[in-house]
Design a protein around this ligand. Structure first.
Ligand code: MOS
Length: 752
């Protein structure tokens, strides 16, 4: 291990300059020759049937090449549905690709107009007249709980219900009990980059190929879905996505508009780009489902939990079943002999929900970590002491030892840094007219490890190239891969090129479930060792090699120069080893995690969120005045991009706690705030200077490099920490998100 660069250094993003100077090509920037534009028309009713559709005016409008709807539907191959409960939409639902005149939700695609310019496509789309036979939609989760049912599987292919010990007995024996219900609203991802998909068909007959430039977090998933949908082999489908302007889960899997882009390109015999507007995005890429969560806790006088029961009711759609795993956090968070979790789904006339940053744990932690705060208050116990009292020594669900669980370290380091010891009784801190409070919550997040493959080549001239079909959704994949190569191989960073996001590259996991960094870093590391061995071998075999007869451990590469460790004057450059015209030296690095059955340890990321709020008791305004997140993500690959993930996730948590809510009109089933003016997200003035501590835990069991995923963990617990701080400031317990002024005033007035 040589060179000046180290794994973990907070170097700037390698693609940062090209992003800020506008030379990066995002999907929407890709314009194949002859490209036409597709614009979708969405249903304006949420339930019923299309009675009539008049496309005549649109078809006659200038520049229009085709109008596609249920009147002239595409003939798509209908694959067998995949097992339920996967983390992404694997089969594109028929109702979203014109296979029916039925309408299941407002915003369902009902027609696509293809024209020679985007303006003409938009103009013609507005000319389509649709009349509906409307039936009464059901869109309100809380009003529909009587229709709740037990789903087959929940996200992550998990069991909906678990039970251990005897919860009722645990509650009976408890000295103190909490039984509360928490509500979270529908929320949307809002990546800055809108969705677009550009489809190109080439060749004829059995040699016909499809290339899709798509905004996707998962090129390989998209390729599989496209191949099955069009009934063609996977090797004749290519999906490309080199850069993403955010995704947060909404771009995992393949969406109907991407299929419709390929349908449109087929119809008009030209490449077609399907453009999705900001408003259309609200129903085109899914959302975080609304939840109702009941938590029952029982505890002995010393705080030891005697029972945990977490029951979640989640919104799903009428035409698909996708159910968030909101209660699974309570399966492993605390030690407790009597524990139960249940998930019930409610079918509503809304678009199908999907994963959104920290699916499951993010809303689940709001419920259970608020309830723990309520329990601490009932017990008269410090909230941190209560959590430490119930820290689990092994995974309560599987019985496996933790690969590492530095929860205590996170809580203790955070408490010291935040000044927790100075925290007085509730409603005892003031700053002028503001009531001041401090809250804490635990963060915990499952992350995934998946097989990853990285091809690494030394090119003539000394350049190093890394390639894999992984993604960088803004998280830093380009950077950590180049950084590992520079640090481990010993070449200058500027000599390393990384290629991502193309199904032609070696397979890697999707950018979902906090999988990429922990999986791809290990494959990159493996590739570096294999490539250096191949380079040393080639160097020894050079005619008149200065390194002849030296063993591998007698050679090193420093800043792109091969040299004998013991005698650095015996040297040659990588460019000298491979002059122009020679064949590249190649190595393939792999990471394969053990299968579920072979796992010897249980691995999660842990953290602790500390928040200080100021609440105006007359106006109900809540301001987050201080925030500290302490996280364990195993080994940190890049201190700067890792910190950026934490800050971004905490900002997302502030939005979830105080601002974000997609409001559905109960009569029409339409979203009333489907734009970024009315759907509130945090702006700079809502966000304090966020303090982040990364513990850089040494976890030898999780994978060779010891890396845990950190993309989602830092959002977990933020909303609970804020709600708990509001309680500490005011004595008012906020159980409905978001904590908007009218809700705060309402709760203060009721004295709850
Ligand atoms: Mo993430 S919600 O797994 O993109």
């Amino acid at each position: 291990m040589t060179g000046t660069m180290r794994i973990g250094d907070g170097i700037a993003r390698v693609e940062g300059r090209s992003k800020v100077t506008g030379t990066v090509r995002y999907t929407g920037d890709i314009h194949p020759a002859g490209m036409a534009y597709a614009v979708g028309v969405q249903s304006t009713v949420a339930s019923g049937r299309i009675r009539a559709m008049d496309t005549g005016a649109a078809e006659r409008a200038p520049g229009v090449l085709s109008v596609i709807s249920h009147l002239n539907p595409p003939r798509l191959f209908k694959p067998d549905p995949m097992p339920r409960g996967g983390s992404s939409t694997i089969v594109v639902p028929a109702v979203e690709v014109f296979d029916t005149d039925e309408v299941r939700f407002a915003g369902q695609w009902v027609a696509v107009v293809v024209a020679d310019t985007p303006e003409r496509a938009n103009r013609a789309a507005a000319l389509i007249r649709v009349t509906y036979e409307e039936t009464r939609p059901s869109v309100d989760l809380r009003a529909s709980l009587d229709r709740a049912y037990r789903p087959g599987r929940i996200n992550g292919n998990r069991e909906p219900d678990t039970s251990r010990g005897d919860v009722e007995a645990g509650l009976r024996e408890a000295a103190v009990r909490v039984d509360r219900t928490y509500v979270t609203p529908t929320e949307h991802h809002h990546p800055m980059e809108l969705s677009a998909a550009t489809a190109v068909w080439e060749g004829e007959g059995a040699a016909r190929t499809l290339t899709l430039y798509d905004m996707t977090q998962a090129v390989l998933v998209a390729r599989g879905t496209l191949a099955r949908t069009f009934g063609i082999p996977e090797d004749r489908v290519r999906v490309v996505c080199e850069h993403l302007g955010g995704g947060f889960g909404g771009k995992v899997g393949l969406r109907a508009h991407s299929v419709l882009a390929a349908v449109a390109a087929d119809r008009v015999g030209r490449p077609v780009q399907f453009l999705v507007s900001r408003e259309q995005l609200f129903t085109a890429i899914g959302h975080r489902p609304a939840s109702v969560q009941r938590i029952r806790l029982g505890a002995a006088p010393d705080g030891r939990l005697t029972a945990i029961q977490h029951d979640a009711w989640l919104q799903t759609s009428v035409h698909e079943e996708w159910v968030e795993q909101s209660a699974t956090i309570s399966r492993m968070l605390y030690a407790c002999a009597n524990r139960g979790t249940t998930h019930k789904a409610v079918k509503l006339n809304l678009a199908t929900p999907t994963i959104m940053r920290g699916p499951g744990e993010t809303p689940g932690s709001f419920a259970v970590e608020s309830a723990m705060d309520e329990l601490a208050a009932e017990l008269g116990m410090d909230p941190i002491a209560l959590r430490l009292r119930n820290d689990a020594e092994s995974d309560p669900e599987t019985g496996l030892p933790w690969s590492s669980r530095p929860l205590r370290a996170c809580l203790e380091a955070g408490a010291a840094r935040f000044g927790w010891a100075q925290r007085p009784a509730p409603r005892a801190m003031r700053d002028g007219r503001w009531l001041v409070g401090m809250g804490v919550a635990v963060a915990v997040r499952a992350f995934n490890l998946s097989p990853a493959t990285v091809r690494m080549r030394l090119l003539p001239g000394g350049q190093v190239e890394l390639a894999t079909a992984a993604h960088d959704i803004g998280t830093g994949t380009y950077t950590f891969m180049a950084q590992i190569a520079a640090a481990v191989l010993g070449v200058p960073l500027a000599q390393v090129r990384v290629s991502l996001g193309d199904t032609r590259l070696p397979p890697s996991p999707p950018a979902g479930g906090s999988t990429t960094a922990a999986s791809v870093s290990n494959a990159t590391h493996d590739a570096c060792f294999k490539l250096s061995a191949a380079i040393f071998e080639a160097a020894r075999r050079m005619p008149a090699s200065p390194l002849a007869s030296l063993p591998d451990d007698g050679i090193e590469i420093v800043e792109g120069v091969l040299q004998a460790k013991a005698e650095p004057s015996r040297r040659m450059t990588l460019a000298g080893l491979l002059p122009a015209g020679s064949a590249p030296i190649e190595a393939v690095g792999r990471y394969v995690p053990p299968g579920r059955e072979a796992r010897t340890h249980s691995s999660y990321g842990f953290g602790a969120q500390f928040c200080e709020v100021r609440v105006d008791p007359d106006y109900g305004i809540v301001r987050v005045s201080r925030f500290l997140g302490v996280f364990d993500a195993g080994r940190i690959l890049n201190a700067s991009t890792a910190r950026s993930q934490c800050v971004g996730a905490i900002v997302g948590g502030i939005g979830m706690a105080l601002l974000e809510e997609t409001v559905t009109d109960r009569r029409s089933g339409r979203y009333v705030n489907a734009n970024l003016a009315d759907y509130l997200i945090p702006v700079n003035a809502d966000v304090p200077d966020i303090d982040v501590m990364l513990l850089d835990t040494d976890d030898r069991h999780v994978n060779p490099l010891g890396v845990k995923g950190i993309g989602e963990l830092p959002m977990v617990g933020v909303a609970a920490a804020i709600a708990n701080a509001v309680h500490h400031a005011t004595g008012a317990r906020m159980r409905d998100l978001p904590i908007v002024p009218e809700r705060v005033l309402d709760v203060i007035k009721r004295g709850a």
